[in-house]
Design a protein around this ligand. Structure first.
Ligand SMILES: Nc1ncnc2c1ncn2[C@@H]1O[C@H](COP(=O)(O)OP(=O)(O)O)[C@@H](O)[C@H]1O
Ligand SMILES: [Mg+2]
Length: 236
């Protein structure tokens, strides 16, 4: 069964329509990548799925229930966590305080869930008392992901988790995403780092101009010369 299904999403900002009927699905436990040029509507799609924007047409179904138009706090409570592209941590709080903020709906399970999350992000455990403002960009991205996992989501949505990171951290973030997925958590990620994202995903969607352009297994997208030329930064 699909954990997430977005069908015919039309959405944007006021009168400005950005998505003109986009559809996608994520299977239970699947890793799916969304790629496409800057400004094509990837973040807008994430925001619409998460209830930060209300679509003017189309439906969002999560674990079989229609969540279209529901507010983010209601969607989080059903098991969908989202890490936005920017400003995704509380800089003036410590790592552990950030995790506690992520668990605001389940104060009873903070200790148990922190332990689970620190197992997935061992590098954060030693820094649990450190203010996030003192961490590197890569470590902050780990904190954002760890916080999103505090509610035991079935689906984790990540908007450009490797943006602005040094190559060594990019590799680490993708490794952590694989560890998260190995817990049975489905992942839907938007990435500029398109080739690496597809290498770490089972399926991919190429968006262009607010529409679905290609949908296929990652291996097929990676092998497609036209896609490589247009969206993956060069020939194979
Ligand atoms: N808050 C906003 N108000 C108006 N237009 C916006 C807003 N956010 C994004 N846009 C516009 O929507 C389009 C798609 O943006 P976005 O979804 O962020 O693209 P992507 O994530 O694929 O780079 C762009 O043209 C962008 O300028
Ligand atoms: Mg974006």
């Amino acid at each position: 069964m699909n954990v997430l299904e977005a069908a015919g999403i039309v959405s944007g900002y006021g009168d400005l329509e950005i998505l003109h009927g986009v559809s996608l699905s994520v299977g239970a436990g699947e890793v799916v990548a969304i790629i496409g040029p800057n400004g094509c509507g990837k973040s807008t799609l994430m925001k619409t799925i998460f209830g930060l924007l209300t679509p003017t047409a189309g439906t969002v179904t999560f674990r079989g229930a229609d969540i279209t138009g529901q507010p983010p706090h209601a969607i989080v409570g059903q098991g969908l966590s989202y890490v936005p592209q920017a400003d995704n941590t509380f800089l003036s709080l410590t790592v552990q305080e950030n995790l506690a903020m992520g668990a605001f709906l389940r104060s009873d399970t903070i200790a148990a869930q922190s332990a689970m999350v620190y197992d997935l992000f061992p590098d954060l455990k030693d820094r649990r008392g450190t203010k996030v403002s003192a961490l590197s960009g890569g470590q902050r991205q780990m904190v954002a992901m760890a916080r999103a996992l505090m509610l035991k989501p079935q689906l984790l949505m990540l908007d450009e988790p490797t943006a602005g990171l040094a190559p060594v951290f990019v590799e680490t973030v993708f490794k952590r995403i694989a560890h998260v997925n190995a817990q049975g958590i489905a992942v839907l990620m938007v990435e500029q780092n398109a080739r690496m994202a597809l290498e770490h995903a089972r399926r991919g969607y190429v968006l262009a101009d607010g529409e679905n352009r290609y949908t296929d297994a990652s291996s097929a997208l990676l092998a497609n010369k036209e896609i490589a030329r247009l969206y993956l930064g060069g020939d194979l």
